[in-house]
Design a protein around this ligand. Structure first.
Ligand SMILES: C[S@@+](CC[C@H](N)C(=O)[O-])C[C@H]1O[C@@H](n2cnc3c(N)ncnc32)[C@H](O)[C@@H]1O
Length: 184
């Protein structure tokens, strides 16, 4: 191998490492997990946009009860294959009775929703004193989608999330519509 080629390889790996460190340091989503211990055993918890259902599964493993909701068919299949009770429903229209839930998990889902409607539904299904555990996707998550992914939908999600973050900060509004489903 030529010296110039070795140098190029080295520079490329340094750039890759720097990019990885930069993106992961900006990515609180992967550092924080829903604080599921705050839901006592026996409590009924709804995991909205549950994805593969891992959070719901953890809650059930601790003696909890609950259900998940999803809009993405692949997620529904994955979660149901684990024996989880998951219904097809958007966060903006939950098929649960008013005051029926002790808790709600909303992990990395908010950017995909019409937020006002989602929060109104969460407030409706939670019993008085019920608890919402909400986790947000960090800027690093969106940046990674934009820069590292080959999937056009994910790139679009990343760009849209970043634009929305700036717009929210500057003008208190976000782009119309929503991104839609994105199973993890
Ligand atoms: C980033 S993933 C997070 C999945 C899971 N909660 C987790 O923590 O791994 C976002 C999830 O929200 C779901 N989703 C998207 N729009 C939704 C909506 N309007 N209502 C409910 N879930 C939605 C997607 O299908 C996807 O599974």
């Amino acid at each position: 191998m030529q010296v110039s080629s070795i140098k190029t390889q080295r520079i490329k790996s340094i750039i890759r490492a720097a990019r990885f460190l930069f993106l992961s340091s900006l990515n609180p989503y992967f550092r924080s997990k829903p604080y599921l211990e705050s839901f006592p055993p026996g409590s009924f918890v709804i995991d909205i946009g549950c994805g593969s259902g891992w959070a719901l599964e953890e809650h059930l493993d601790r003696g909890g009860r609950g259900a998940g909701t999803e809009v993405d068919e692949r997620c529904l299949v994955t979660a149901r294959a684990k024996g989880l009770n998951v219904v097809r429903a958007p966060a903006e229209s939950l098929p649960f009775e008013t005051g029926s839930a002790d808790g709600v998990i909303l992990s990395g889902v908010l950017p995909f929703t019409v937020e006002d409607q989602a929060f109104a539904e969460i407030a409706r299904v939670l019993r008085p004193g019920g608890r919402l555990e909400a986790y947000y996707i960090g800027a690093g998550f969106a940046l990674r989608d934009l820069l590292v992914n080959h999937d056009v939908r994910k790139r679009y999600f990343g760009l849209r999330s970043l634009v929305n973050s700036v717009m929210m900060g500057v003008a208190g509004r976000k782009l119309p519509g929503k991104y839609g489903a994105r199973c993890m």
